[in-house]
Design a protein around this ligand. Structure first.
Ligand SMILES: [Zn+2]
Length: 117
């Protein structure tokens, strides 16, 4: 991969890492507020349970992507960024442009989605 191209992916990965880190901090503080806002009202309680669930899912998702982003940065440092972690082939540039932290080429990702990888 050309240096300029790899630099631009690195920039995007670092940017995403920052975004996710602050998003996680924000969700965690929202969670604390939801937990602290006690109310005897049944409707409020139901809303709060719903909010908690929604925040929890956002948090899980953000943490998952953060792990993938960090792994991609490590692969970049190791010089293996852009290679599929399953077959070693090149991850399609279009795919990397859309998702720079993608671990798999399209063929392997499809296999993984089907549960056969
Ligand atoms: Zn592959």
């Amino acid at each position: 991969m050309a240096t300029a191209q790899s630099q631009s992916y690195r920039q995007r990965l670092l940017e995403k890492q920052r975004e996710l880190t602050s998003e996680i901090a924000r969700i965690e503080s929202d969670e604390e507020q939801v937990a602290a806002a006690d109310s005897p009202d049944v409707g409020d309680r139901a809303n709060r349970a719903y909010d908690k669930e929604a925040l929890f899912q956002q948090l899980e998702q953000a943490r998952l992507i953060l792990v993938l982003v960090r792994e991609a940065i490590l692969r970049m440092d190791a010089g293996t960024f852009g290679a599929c972690v399953a077959c070693g082939g090149a991850v399609e540039p279009k795919r990397l442009d859309a998702v720079p932290w993608a671990r798999h080429c399209i063929a392997c990702q499809e296999k993984q989605d089907l549960g056969v990888l």
